[in-house]
Design a protein around this ligand. Structure first.
Ligand code: SF4
Ligand code: SF4
Length: 439
């Protein structure tokens, strides 16, 4: 794509980076075929190619974002399906991240919209406040039908029972069982601690069982992804900097082989810390190192080459590949291989490359599009009639579970159960077809 950025504008490294990305796009339109929002609306401006054009027009002239550009960028899921499809290696993620930051600083959204976005950025990243918000949601649920669409969507996604905070999420060290093979820091995150603490508990049991010492580092927490995708750059970089500093302290005191992430949306961002801080005179080196040792939990489990100790429970499991895992991190084989090695029967639904509509705060901010994508995803999964659905990202788990009676679990919950951990609570009502459960 030809661009005509004024030279003075290109002195800004973010602009120079975006110009390079824009120039790589050859307008071929292959990406439109796999873009979920284009599939829904058929509008070129809801396709990656259309959005790239809007971003070019906005950035090249250093214009404030207008309502049309903002609407079509807001409708983008950041699922990154377009990056997997693009034959020209257009780095849409870095481009749209920059565009969102530009929108945030140049476009004045209507007051209710600003309030909602600010509230989400605050609440979701602070587990204590989020837990309080979830309790209030439970009280408001009977009034759901009277609420505006977005508020109703939030109430529908809130869990019916609010889990207690888990001891696992306090800063501490969990010793490896047997010979120590690895020492890792676990990103225990933000919203996940409040919504589904069983995931971090299962992760710690699973990793320590197979010889990994796990650290929950003092000072680490939210990865910054939620704020980043809302265009709130300062907040996102603040969260990321705290993690980089916390893990760097661990590296300097006791060493770390890996930073383990069990929410793939966060993993994509942590793996991008090197890029995010590339021009930071203080943290560039540390950020690049953290990014280089960041791994999804499925990658670490694959690295451990585990011999699974029990016959797995007889379960037919539909694997949902989170966009942030398959498109953001290029991880497709490991989770399925782990489930099969542990003895589960795995199934994959058609259209596995299409987003479920979760996408961070997308299902709260764009409920109509998100519900349409969830309906499509759930219909695809239900054709398989699985006993359970498994995914590696809390957002997908929450989104899909809101549309089906089939239990939806995290990969680590099933693998923990298969190797000696407790039966996941989400399967408590589920009767195994053959009584082969280890517990
Ligand atoms: S990130 Fe997803 S929704 Fe956004 S343009 Fe790319 S394919 Fe479409
Ligand atoms: S597939 Fe890549 S090169 Fe082609 S239009 Fe989409 S982003 Fe541009």
């Amino acid at each position: 794509m030809q661009t005509h950025f004024p030279p003075a504008l290109l002195e800004n490294p973010d602009m120079a980076q975006s110009e390079k990305i824009l120039r790589a796009c050859v307008h071929c339109g292959f990406c439109t075929a796999t873009c979920p929002t284009f599939l829904l609306t058929g509008d070129e401006l809801d396709s990656p190619r259309g959005r790239i054009y809007l971003i070019k027009e906005m950035l090249e002239h250093d214009r404030p974002a207008d309502a049309r550009t903002t609407r079509h960028l807001d409708r983008c899921l950041s699922c990154l399906g377009c990056m997997t499809t693009c034959p020209s290696s257009v780095h849409y993620m870095h481009l749209v991240d920059h565009a969102r930051a530009h929108v945030e600083t140049t476009y004045v959204r209507p007051l209710p919209e600003r309030g909602l976005r600010a509230a989400l950025a605050f609440l979701l990243t602070r587990p204590r406040w989020f837990r309080l918000g979830l309790r209030l949601s439970a009280l408001a649920r009977p009034l759901q039908g009277l609420m505006p669409k977005r508020v109703a969507a939030m109430l529908a996604l809130a869990p019916r029972q609010i889990p207690k905070a888990s001891d696992v999420d306090r800063p501490q060290v969990f010793s490896a069982q047997g010979e120590r093979k690895m020492r890792v820091a676990l990103l225990n995150g933000c919203a996940q601690k409040a919504l589904d603490p069983a995931i971090n508990e299962a992760t710690v049991r699973l990793l320590t069982r197979f010889g990994v010492e796990v650290v929950v580092a003092q000072g680490a927490g939210c990865c910054g992804a939620l704020a980043h995708h809302l265009g709130k750059t300062e907040s996102a970089y603040g969260f990321a900097a705290r993690n980089i500093d916390a893990w760097t302290r661990e590296i300097e005191t006791s060493g770390l082989d890996r930073v383990v992430i069990n929410t793939s949306g966060c993993g994509t961002t942590v793996k991008d810390y090197g890029f995010m801080f590339r021009n930071d005179p203080v943290r560039a080196e540390a950020a690049a190192h953290i990014a280089s040792i960041a791994r999804d939990v499925s990658e670490v489990l694959a690295e451990l080459a585990i011999t699974w100790p029990h016959a797995a429970p007889k379960l037919r499991v539909a694997y949902h590949s989170a966009c942030s895992l398959q498109h953001g991190q290029g991880i497709t084989g490991e989770p399925l291989a782990l489930l099969e090695a542990a003895g589960f029967e795995t199934l994959t639904a058609p259209e596995g490359h299409i987003c479920c509509g979760s996408a961070g705060t997308y299902n709260l901010l764009q409920p109509e599009m998100a519900e349409a994508l969830r309906a499509r995803k759930v219909a695809d999964i239900e054709t398989l009639a699985p006993d359970a659905v498994v995914a590696g990202n809390l957002g997908c788990i929450t989104q899909i579970a809101a549309g089906t009676e089939i239990p939806v679990l995290h990969l680590v919950e099933l693998l923990d159960w298969a190797s000696g951990g407790p039966k996941p609570a989400k399967l408590s009502a589920f009767r195994l077809r053959a009584a082969a459960a280890p517990h």
